[in-house]
Design a protein around this ligand. Structure first.
Ligand code: FES
Length: 106
């Protein structure tokens, strides 16, 4: 069973931005979409680009390496849902953002 881990303060990630966080060696891309937080695997399925460093436009992040776009709410690639990134549970506890990476993530 996955456990929630505190990864950031809410105010560290303003709406419209993202951040890469390390949870026990697992890199997760965390985003604030108009006040709602979402988290996905940080590794782009194209060639491993860091999605947490990509530009966020609404609920879509653009990979900084070659421009693939992903819906951070569903993990689907825009225009081609055959490519996805896995989503991760997120919750807010007080002023902190917590994530719970699935147990099978490495
Ligand atoms: S590594 Fe993400 S688009 Fe190429």
């Amino acid at each position: 069973m996955s456990e929630f881990v505190t990864v950031a303060k809410v105010e560290e990630i303003p709406p419209g931005t993202g951040k890469t966080v390390d949870v026990n060696g697992i890199w997760i891309a965390l985003f604030n979409v108009d006040g709602a937080f979402y988290a996905v695997d940080n590794t782009c399925p194209h060639a491993g680009g860091p999605l947490g460093e990509g530009h966020l436009d609404g609920h879509v992040v653009e990979c900084p390496w070659h421009g693939w776009k992903f819906n951070v709410c569903t993990g689907e690639r825009s225009g081609n849902p055959n490519f996805t990134v896995e989503c991760c549970q997120v919750r807010i506890e007080g002023h902190f953002v917590q994530v719970a990476p699935p147990a099978n993530w490495k």
